[in-house]
Unconditional design. Structure first.
Length: 449
């Protein structure tokens, strides 16, 4: 081995030893858990009420933010349309060079000399029916955007209410299924003991084993449904998908249902769908006015103050250059190859469509009010029945277990009582969530949140 190769091998051994010693000094890497991001600990658990969930959803919903953006754009359109009704002020500065012709006038007659300096303020005002109609159209468009933003807000509220109470219901189903699983395992243990004492047949143990297996599968499905409901709500509420949260359980606190007459009055005043339809018709009416204004003359007034001289100076040879001038221009449309008539026709078609949509929105509003109120009334009326069924099913299971231990009931009766109790508890949870969603749907028409 050559001397250079020996030196290279020695250096490599030293480097490997240094790396190995550094690796031993470092703490062992910890595996990232599903709730960590880049090895960092997850954020603290956040407890959310329904109001908290609604606020977070409005801040993170792209559809709702898009509606707010459109409202902001419509507001700025109105500002711009209003500015078009007022005089505009500019300050113009320019220099014009013209080839000389041996005199002080320059070669081109449009200019005052070889050198011409222009520095003046300019005020312009355009007066026409189209400008006023365009401003009114922009105001109606802002009202339309506001109504659509309200529609988006109320629709988001229904979505959050459905997912919020859907998760609470899923959690309740998991708890009831867990209780049913524990009960099935307890029944399996009792049947084995009774079999050993010769009090029941082996078929009871088999039936109890099947019931326990079924309940364990049902528990797995319930946990999976709860996890999916949690993920769906997390997407709505949090920009950080790994945010851990818990919900304040107010599922049993059912809101009151107002009388139908009061609900109808509120819906007539606060229905955003009707407000949007009326605003859309108003926009279409102003579109027709703007299009028809293309047939009318437009007056443009211009006022200038400053210098327009051969020298960039206030005065030249004792003559003052500062001064003002004014111009009035009346533009009269004469021939545009049918373009103005075509715009009028387009606007009239849009107005007809807006009228049809308004009529449909009015009919749909009546149908929605009756449907949503009936749904809420039915859901509320079933809550007492569902609660009573759950209580009766629990008492039935208790009595059936006592009868089975006394040898007066068979295993099938116990299994049937267990299944009935689980189903009754789940139905009650679904009934509570259904009523909350029904109230939220009704509130989209009344605005009473």
């Amino acid at each position: 081995m050559h001397m250079s190769q020996k030196i290279t091998a020695l250096i490599a051994c030293v480097l490997l030893a240094a790396v190995a010693s550094q690796a031993q000094a470092m703490p062992p890497a910890q595996a990232a858990s599903p709730g960590t991001i880049n090895g960092q600990s997850p954020a603290a658990t956040v407890s959310l009420t329904l109001a908290d969930a609604l606020a977070r959803a409005r801040a993170n919903s792209p559809q709702f933010q898009a509606a707010l953006t459109q409202l902001g754009i419509a507001r700025e359109d109105r500002v711009q349309a209003r500015a078009a009704l007022l005089p505009g002020v500019d300050y113009n500065n320019s220099f014009i060079y013209t080839e000389g012709n041996g005199t002080s006038t320059g070669r081109f007659i449009a200019n005052n000399g070889p050198h011409e300096y222009i520095s003046q303020g300019a005020v312009q005002q355009a007066v026409g029916l189209g400008q006023f109609a365009d401003y009114r159209r922009a105001a109606a468009a802002q009202a339309l955007a506001r109504a659509r933003a309200e529609i988006a807000a109320r629709g988001l509220t229904v979505t959050v209410v459905r997912e919020f109470y859907g998760l609470l219901a899923a959690q309740g189903k998991t708890q009831s299924t867990q209780a049913a699983t524990d009960e099935a395992l307890h029944f399996l243990d009792n049947s084995r003991k009774l079999e050993q004492g010769g009090e029941v047949a082996h078929s009871d143990v088999i039936k109890a084993r099947i019931q326990a297996n079924d309940q364990q599968r049902a528990l797995q499905d319930a946990k999976l449904n709860e996890q999916n409901a949690r993920l769906t709500l997390a997407v709505l509420l949090f920009p950080n998908f790994f945010q851990d949260f818990s919900l304040v359980d107010d599922l049993a606190a059912t809101p009151a249902l107002l009388p139908i007459a009061e609900v109808q009055q509120m819906a007539q005043k606060n229905n955003p769908e009707l407000s949007a339809a009326f605003a859309a018709l108003e926009v279409a009416n102003h579109e027709v006015t703007v299009a028809r204004a293309g047939h009318l003359p437009t007056l443009v007034l211009d006022y200038f103050y400053g210098i327009d001289a051969n020298h960039f100076a206030v005065s030249t040879d004792g003559i003052r250059n500062l001064g003002y001038s004014a111009a009035a221009t009346l533009n009269i449309p004469v021939w545009h190859w049918g373009a103005i008539e075509s715009k009028v026709k387009q606007a009239e078609l849009q107005r007809h469509q807006a009228q049809v949509e308004l009529s449909a929105a009015q009919r749909q509003a009546i149908a929605d009010l009756q449907s949503f109120y009936s749904e809420a009334e039915t859901a509320r009326g079933q809550l007492d029945t569902l609660r009573n069924s759950a209580e009766l099913a629990a008492d039935s299971l208790r009595l059936t277990n006592l009868r089975y231990q006394a040898g007066e009931a068979i295993a099938l009766e116990v299994v049937d009582a267990q299944n009935t109790l689980t189903q009754a508890r789940n139905n009650y949870r679904d009934g509570e969530a259904r009523y909350h969603v029904a109230i939220a749907n009704l509130q989209t028409l009344t605005g009473a949140f």
